[in-house]
Write a protein that binds this ligand. Structure first.
Ligand code: P1T
Length: 377
């Protein structure tokens, strides 16, 4: 089936008991047993809920995996993956990950004896050099947030597979519409479903998709034991949202490429980072492992004052954290989404306070460009 047919139908046939075409919100915590030891597949809603199961099946199909597991946030999904490591084990992480991921790893999980190394994952020689005898996981974010740096996912898998190292990919920025890391050999895909999957800035969530029975059993055990599960209403919103993922992503991609082209022509903009521009050093890799370039555009101006001035003047782009919704947002990563990364660490890899990040929405692109033009010039 095609992507949109799967998005609209997978995991959600009409409800067998009522014929409801839309999967109901099973707002229940518990389920009646027919007799001791005999249930209908559900016992208690932390362990499993029919609305959540429908969403987990739906996202598994879209991400080309066997299993989906839903979490209360992107961070709780990432936390669950980090729980695959034991004290004394080591993970290698993309330099430029979301600030909250860095914070979880460096300020929470290190207290439990986990070790993390951060590298420029765009060069796989760095990955080879960073592998230690206790390395168990390579945590890739591709493209990264907010510098849009790619990792050659299939290349990283080649290096890790022979050494028995797990590869997980945070695919939040591309969504399964534009990139499927499992098809490139990754073991685990993660999304903050708060972003493109949800698409309307009204639900916080996370998902993991994977193929391995063994890893699924471990992560399902962690999901149930830790209990960071989403509500039935939140997953119902996600089921509604993925039905339009394809049309939204096409429009995000179109609008973002128009915006990136416009910004590239402005003298006051020092640098534009967009994967679809020929000027992006990884444009060829982007074309190889992705089917589009997404809706995120990052640009640099001459000073923090200029960045602030532009952000304050914008009227349609709202100054706010997050991304991937139908409405356009503007964000200042160094003081907002990535403020939890120490200044000296982030400036070393180019995340300066002169950077501005746009989540380009699906409004009329002429209006977005006029808004930017008024603010910049
Ligand atoms: O916010 P939450 O649903 O917990 O997801 C965390 C997360 C994970 N991975 C990536 C790539 C992300 O961008 C995020 C959250 N990011 C933002 C809130 C932001 O504005 O960048």
């Amino acid at each position: 089936m095609g992507f949109s047919t799967d998005a609209i139908h997978s995991g959600q046939p009409p409800d067998p008991s009522t014929g409801a075409v839309i999967t109901p919100i099973f707002q229940t915590t518990t389920y009646c047993l027919e007799e001791l030891g005999k249930d209908k597949g559900f016992v208690y809603s932390r362990s499993g809920n029919p609305t959540r199961s429908a969403w987990e099946k739906n996202i598994a199909v879209l991400e080309k995996g066997k299993y989906g597991l839903a979490f209360a946030s992107g961070m709780s999904a990432i936390h669950a993956v980090s729980k695959l490591l034991k004290s004394g084990e080591h993970a290698i992480v993309s330099n430029d990950v979301y600030g909250g991921t860095y914070r979880l790893f460096n300020r929470v999980m290190t207290d439990y004896g986990l070790e993390f190394s951060y590298i420029d994952m765009s060069n796989l020689e760095n990955l080879k050099a960073a592998i230690q005898s206790n390395t168990r996981l390579v945590f890739i974010e591709s493209p990264t947030n907010p510098l849009l740096i790619l990792t050659d996912i299939a290349g990283a898998v080649d290096i890790c597979r022979e050494r028995g190292i797990l590869v997980s990919v945070d695919n939040t920025f591309m969504s399964p519409y534009f990139q499927n890391p499992l098809d490139l050999g990754a073991d685990i895909v993660i999304h903050s479903s708060t972003k493109y999957l949800g698409g309307h800035s009204d639900v916080i969530g996370g998902v993991i998709v994977l193929n391995s029975d063994e890893l699924h059993d471990k992560l399902k055990f962690i999901q149930n034991s830790v209990g960071a599960v989403p509500s039935p209403f939140d997953v119902w919103l996600l089921l509604r949202s993925t039905k339009t993922l394809a049309v939204r992503m096409e429009r995000h991609n179109f609008n973002a490429s128009e915006v990136a082209n416009y910004l590239s022509r402005q003298k006051k903009i020092k640098k534009v980072i967009y994967l679809g521009l020929d000027s992006h050093p990884q444009n060829e890799l982007a074309k190889k492992q992705m089917r589009g370039f997404g809706g995120m555009v990052t640009f640099e101006v001459e000073s923090f004052e200029k960045a602030k001035d532009i952000m304050h003047r914008l009227k349609i782009f709202t100054l706010a954290e997050s991304l991937g919704g139908v409405e356009s947002l503007v964000c200042h990563p160094s003081t907002m989404t990535h403020a939890s990364i120490p200044k000296e660490v982030r400036e070393k890899y180019g995340l300066t306070d002169r950077l501005v990040r746009l989540s380009v929405g699906i409004e009329d692109v002429e209006d977005l460009i006029n808004d930017l033009d008024s603010a910049i010039n």
